[in-house]
Ligand binder design. Structure first.
Ligand code: ADP
Length: 496
């Protein structure tokens, strides 16, 4: 009777629903974009009702599309854009303000003040996070400080706050359940990732009443049941995780030292560090990957600001490509980059360089350089930057890396992945199901709803579409990286 796990994938620009069969095969996908709201420079908001209505409509349509019935669904897994936060009225369910999106910089000045006050280390040691407007806490404070009457209402216990998963759980259960999972809680900057509790000192620093907070549960857990009036059936909500953590789970990186990279607009690297929350410097984030049973798994997270975006720039800025896909064909017209290096530090550089004043460069140009070299060097820059973050992770943990699981739009590029394997000296594995984020949410749900008995059983579903193995010597790798680092040095501190 039961056939599918329903994954709700609530992203930054669209809501998607994917129905997975038990073996991880996709039975149905529906996606709907919703509006981005930009009220001022650097501000980004979403209408919480648009998030909810787009999500619920794709869920219904995904089932309709295959003529399925709600009785065929084992349960629902949720994965979501992280850090984005909503504040709403506990009685009416009406938001007091738009969702403030992770990208929103409105609290930059306030976060700078906290840095100037010397609070960075305290915050990092409790939450694992960098003091940045990215995370939820300063956004909630902004709402309480700026929306008429919000602080008073919050203090009277009338308001709830939540990341997008919490907002969806609340609405799916008809306002019965106010909850989140460890992975999402760890992105709020209010959660102590070692004691696994909301942190009183941080709540008082940001002026957020405890009564606003959701209850925190493991990521694989029955959070509650959907209200039959909303979905036509009472279905368990059995799995919840933030998008990057869900992708790590969907890539079956269940063991310490396993890691995945998502080659999207930016690059997102997560390494499973087991039960150890390694605290590092140089811009890596320590985060909760997931809670399973009574165990919490931690991860190190690093990002590459400009990854696939560099290919977009070749296409839209330089106009030397018609499409991102063509980059592989053009790059393969030359045997190497001809000594050219591209450092796409368009917005400064992140880990391990951490220099907001770095700017992009193309270096090593000679009279023999042509556009194919530049395209190839741009693809290679994605691999070098990824290798730099992995190197930092290895040095911070002492954990060795033998394989990297990949996904995201640019992971379709074989030339990129072969170069990545060569430069890392590690195997690269591209899975047959590239919808790893939704798949992770489905697996977390499947574990709590009895579809799978263990992660070992899930592992049997994993199939590689293609494996790339290194074709180069250590000496080649060392030399290439040495030259890359010389190029990076020249991009640093450029903007005055
Ligand atoms: P996001 O989810 O961040 O929007 P996607 O995972 O959809 O991104 O990936 C899109 C990015 O990948 C774009 O920046 C695009 O330039 C790049 N991209 C897509 N296909 C290729 C390809 N075949 N080779 C290199 N880059 C690609």
């Amino acid at each position: 009777m039961k056939k599918y796990i329903m994954a709700l994938d609530q992203g930054t620009t669209s809501s998607r629903c994917i129905l997975f069969e038990r073996d991880g095969k996709i039975a149905s996908v529906v996606q709907r974009e919703f509006s981005q709201i930009f009220p001022a420079e650097g501000w980004v908001e979403h209408d919480p009702m648009a998030i909810w209505s787009s999500q619920i409509s794709v869920a219904t349509e995904a089932l309709l599309k295959i003529g399925g019935s709600w009785n065929e669904i084992y349960g629902i897994g949720i994965t979501n854009q992280r850090e984005t936060v909503i504040v709403w009225d506990r009685k009416t369910g009406i938001p007091v303000y738009n969702a403030i999106v992770w990208q929103c910089r409105r609290t930059a000045e306030y976060c700078q003040k906290l840095t100037d006050d010397g609070l960075e280390m305290m915050i990092k040691s409790k939450t694992g996070l960098l003091l940045d407007p990215y995370f939820s806490a300063s956004k909630v404070k902004w709402i309480l400080d700026n929306v008429d009457g919000a602080r008073e209402r919050a203090e009277r216990g009338e308001l709830c706050m939540g990341t997008v998963d919490t907002w969806l759980i609340w609405n799916l259960t008809g306002g019965k359940i106010h909850a989140t999972d460890y992975s999402n809680a760890s992105r709020t900057m209010l959660f102590n990732i070692k004691t696994l509790e909301w942190d009183m000192e941080l709540l008082s620093l940001f002026g957020i009443p405890c009564s606003m907070l959701p209850k925190v549960f493991p990521s694989s857990h029955v959070f509650g049941y959907t209200d039959a009036k909303i979905l036509g059936a009472e279905l368990p909500i059995g799995g919840v995780a933030g998008d990057q953590q869900a992708a790590l789970f969907g890539q079956c990186c269940f063991d310490e030292g396993q890691l995945k990279n998502t080659y999207g607009t930016g690059g997102f690297l997560l390494m499973n560090t087991g039960n150890e929350p390694y605290m590092t410097e140089n811009g890596l984030i320590t985060t909760i990957a997931w809670g399973l049973g009574n165990k919490v798994t931690y991860a190190l997270e690093g990002s590459v600001f400009v990854c696939g975006a560099a290919i977009q720039w070749l296409r839209d800025g330089l106009k030397i490509l018609e499409s991102a896909q063509d980059s592989e064909y053009y790059a393969s017209k030359v045997k190497d980059s001809g000594g050219v290096l591209v450092v796409p530090a368009f917005q400064g550089l992140g880990a391990p360089w951490w220099d907001p004043y770095a700017r992009g460069i193309i270096i090593g140009i000679t009279r023999a350089t042509n556009k194919y070299h530049i395209i190839r060097a741009t693809l290679e820059s994605m691999a070098y930057q990824t290798a730099d973050v992995i190197d930092l992770m290895k040095r911070s943990t002492g954990i060795s890396v033998s394989a990297l699981a990949v996904d995201g739009g640019a992971a379709a590029n074989n030339l990129l992945l072969q170069f990545q394997s060569d430069i890392l000296g590690a195997t690269i594995e591209r899975p047959d199901c590239i919808e790893t984020t939704a798949l992770g949410a489905a697996y977390l749900c499947g574990l709590s709803c009895g579809v799978y008995t263990s992660t070992d059983e899930i592992l049997k579903n994993r199939k590689s579409e293609r494996i790339f193995t290194p074709l180069t010597e250590d000496s080649w790798r060392t030399e290439k990286i040495r030259i890359w680092r010389r190029a990076v040095e020249r991009s640093l501190g450029w903007k005055e």
